[in-house]
Each structure stands twice: as C-alpha cells, then as structure tokens.
Ligand binder design. Structure first.
Ligand SMILES: [Mg+2]
Length: 266
C-alpha cells in the first residue's frame, strides 16, 4: 500500500468504527464480555432461570435419600443437608468493578467491597432464603483469599468483608459457613478440598458456581494442589460427559464470560 493511501485507509477505518459505536451495538473487542454482563437482559434472565430451576429442584433433591451432589461422597442421610455456593459472579456481581477496566488484584477487590454496596446475582438471594427455610445449611466456598491486606488488621480481613458484602444483599451468614482460599492448611484455590471437607459432616445436595472448578475437580489449566495435572479443553469437555447427570440436576452454573479457569486452558 502506498504511503499516501495509508492515512485515508486509517481515516476510513476510524470513521467506520465511529459509526459502529455510535449505533446501538457495542464495538466488538475484548470488553464485550463486560458489556454483556453489565447491560444484557439476557444475563439477568439466565441467572433468574438458573435459580428458579434450582428452587424447583430443592424439595426433590432434599427428599431423595440417595442423592449427593459431590462425586465420591455417598448420600448419608444421618448428616444434615447442605448446599454450597461460590460467591463472586454466583451470589455477588463484580461487574461494576470489572467495568472500571483497572487490572484485578485481591487488594483492590477487598477495597472495592469496603467502599461499594454489593450487588446480588439475580435470583440468588431468594434461593438462599428458600434453602434456609427448607432446613438446608448454606455454605459459601470462595477463592477470595485469607491473607493480610493493606490497611486492614488480622490475617483474614476478607472474612468479615465478605460477611458484610453478603449482608448488604440480604444474606446473613457467619465465618463457619464461609470457606476461603488459604484459610486452612491445604486449602489452596482448588475447591475440591473444601467441598470434601463439608461433605464429611453434611449431605451436600446442590452446588452453585460460575466456574467449572466450582463443580469439577482439577479443572484448571494452572493446577493447584492437590491437583498436579493441567486441565485442557479436551479434559474439560470430557468432564461435561462424565458428570452429565449433574448439570441442571444438583449442579447449577451461572454464566461468566469475563474471567475464570476457562481462560487458563490450552
Ligand atoms: Mg465465582
């Protein structure tokens, strides 16, 4: 291309791009995921749909004496029933923080929680209420990490921060029902350890999350102990089949196109 044509070509691209963005459609690009999570009624509808289905399934799974939602853990009806939910993008929305486009850090997430009112994922608060009314214990397994944060006291200030965030959307919980990454020895970001910890004392009947790793063990491209092998797109696709009887039947996944373990696999 000649040197004289190049500026004209650039001008044309810029003007076409301006036309596109001036219309109703957002410009295609890496932030489409955040725009979708911020703006799309479709996202709200999917979340409402997931929790509506879960609320309908709750009495059936509670009554089914043979049902356990944690593979490898047989139903033990002598144990109290429980459900496990992830927190971010499952119960609380982080889209406002994501939409600022400032790179994510755990410190920033902590400060954001302190300075902003939490926003619920549609349907989640009503589901938690329904589960509690049905006599089901509600646990939250989150990868918000127990660690020291600048400007905060103690070695796990995110614990009270998360209790407060959940209360802001209308969910009362306590430290006993919130399990953080690094809270205990062996509790790495791989959540299977914490799911199994709860399963030793409870009959877990439902799992909720926005990430494959909220359900499936060793689903990360960057494995965390006790997993040592990297997941791949192929191994994750195989897990879809392995656990085909769980999806929408004890396992309820919310959409999150913004981040997640899916971005780490080859
Ligand atoms: Mg999450």
């Amino acid at each position: 291309m000649s040197a004289t044509r190049l500026p004209k070509m650039i001008a044309l691209i810029v003007s076409l791009s301006a036309c596109t963005t001036a219309a109703h459609k957002p410009e295609a690009g890496p932030d489409m995921a955040i725009l979708w999570a911020s703006n799309a009624a479709e996202y709200q509808a999917i979340s409402a749909q997931v929790y509506a289905q879960a609320t309908r399934d709750l009495p059936r799974l509670l009554a089914d004496q043979s049902w356990s939602a944690v593979p490898g853990y047989e139903a033990d009806t002598s144990r109290p029933p429980a459900v496990i939910l992830d927190v971010d993008e499952t119960v609380l929305s982080g889209v406002e923080m994501e939409s600022t486009m400032i790179p994510f850090t755990t410190q920033r997430q902590y400060e954001w929680g302190l300075s902003h009112t939490a926003i619920p994922i549609r349907g989640s608060v009503e589901f938690v209420d329904a589960a509690k009314r049905a006599g089901v214990e509600v646990f939250f397994v989150t990868n918000r990490p127990c660690m020291e944060y600048e400007g905060a006291e103690g070695n796990c200030p995110i614990e009270q921060g998360t209790i407060d965030d959940l209360l802001e959307v209308g969910i009362e919980t306590d430290a006993e029902h919130l399990l953080f990454a690094n809270e205990r020895e062996g509790w790495d970001r791989e959540k299977v350890v914490r799911r199994e910890y709860i399963s030793k004392t409870h009959r877990v009947i439902m799992l909720f999350g926005d990430d494959f790793a909220d359900f499936v063990a060793c689903a990360r491209g960057t494995p965390k102990l006790p997993c040592t092998k990297a997941a791949t797109r192929v191994s994750r696709a195989e897990a879809l089949d392995t656990y085909k009887n769980y999806w929408g039947n004890g396992w309820y996944i919310l959409p999150n196109p913004m981040y997640g373990s899916w971005t780490s696999v080859d």
